[in-house]
Design a protein around this ligand. Structure first.
Ligand SMILES: Nc1ncnc2c1ncn2[C@@H]1O[C@H](COP(=O)(O)OP(=O)(O)OP(=O)(O)O)[C@@H](O)[C@H]1O
Length: 304
């Protein structure tokens, strides 16, 4: 279990992490989502004992990372897949880690097989690895000590669709066997598929957290009518915020049952009524981080 309580990190006047609290539970994959610069890496670096917190605590099974004896056998960490020594081969990197942890060399073959790196690939120098291969090597390194907890910063970065599918299977299996997984990403769709629990962060602050089902329950409704204008009026009269959707109809900010009821009362003939799953987490993510997004809505006029 990873427990973060009232964690704050300031760099001079700048607050990178602002009173952040969450817990990652065994058997669950927790997704840590946020736009660039939101504070994900900083939080993970504090958990891994690499950056001191200004205030608050981060513990693993109740103990700060730096106080865990042989920590890599308790927590597997991948913070920056490109940080590995480029002149060494993948196998050399794993051998060094195994020696540091006091592990049997046979474990190296096990983890290489787990991440689907062939012996030939493991024999190549890391400078010749693709980004996806570096991620796989980083995950192999994190898994080497057979830890109960995995913490991965942007692990799907650089993986192709097959690689993402593989990663999903690996993490699911790991959590199903009782492991705790914390992974960060700004790739919303991948997190939506992989994670059980979600923590959404923007400008250092948590803006939402809960199970994926809880958070997606608020993802609104896709609704379309024979007469969209009449539907729009009915929704407006019921004070339901509705955005015109591509292909006609609306994305309404209310549950399908509520939207359906409004349409029925107004005798509007619907042709589509379903949870807003198309936009899913992305709509929630954009909505929740609206105030904290670096990007402002594009002003179309700027391109004319
Ligand atoms: N050593 C440092 N000194 C000053 N500011 C820092 C330092 N490290 C991080 N920051 C700032 O803290 C903020 C959070 O950075 P962080 O890397 O944690 O974000 P992130 O959510 O991981 O972003 P990304 O998705 O882009 O990796 C950023 O504004 C960053 O510039």
């Amino acid at each position: 279990m990873i427990t973060v309580e009232h964690l704050t990190k300031r760099y001079g006047e700048y607050t990178a992490v602002d009173d952040v609290s969450f817990a990652c539970k065994p058997g669950r994959v927790t997704g840590f989502l946020g736009p660039n610069g939101a504070g994900k890496s900083t939080t993970m670096r504090i958990i891994a004992g690499l950056t001191p917190a200004t205030a608050g605590t981060a513990t693993i099974a109740g103990v700060p990372y730096r106080h865990i004896p042989n920590p890599a056998t308790q927590v597997g960490v991948l913070l920056d897949a490109s940080a590995q020594h480029a002149g060494r081969t993948g196998a050399e990197i794993l051998r060094l880690s195994a020696m540091t942890m006091g592990l049997d060399r046979s474990r190296i073959d096990d983890v290489l097989a787990l991440v689907s790196l062939t012996p030939e690939e493991a024999g190549r120098r890391v400078r010749n690895y693709s980004l996806g291969m570096r991620q796989r090597l980083g995950i192999a390194n994190a898994l080497l000590g057979n830890p109960q907890i995995l913490m991965l910063d942007e692990p799907v970065n650089g993986l192709d669709p097959a690689g993402i599918h593989w990663m999903r299977g690996l993490l699911r299996n790991y959590a199903d066997r009782g492991g705790t997984v914390l992974l960060s990403s700004h790739l919303l769709h991948e997190i939506e598929i992989i994670a059980d629990d979600l923590i959404v962060i923007g400008q250092g602050r948590i803006v939402a957290q809960g199970t994926k089902e809880e958070l997606l329950a608020g993802s609104g409704t896709r609704v379309k009518a024979v007469d969209d204008a009449a539907l729009g009026q009915a929704l407006a009269a019921a004070r339901i915020v509705a955005h015109p959707a591509a292909g006609g109809g609306f994305h309404a900010e209310a549950e399908p049952a509520v939207v359906g009821h409004v349409a029925l009362d107004a005798r509007v003939h619907l042709v589509e009524l379903r949870p807003g799953d198309n936009t899913g987490l992305e709509a929630m993510f954009l909505q929740l981080t609206q105030q904290t997004q670096r990007e402002q809505p594009v002003n179309q006029g700027a391109f004319r």
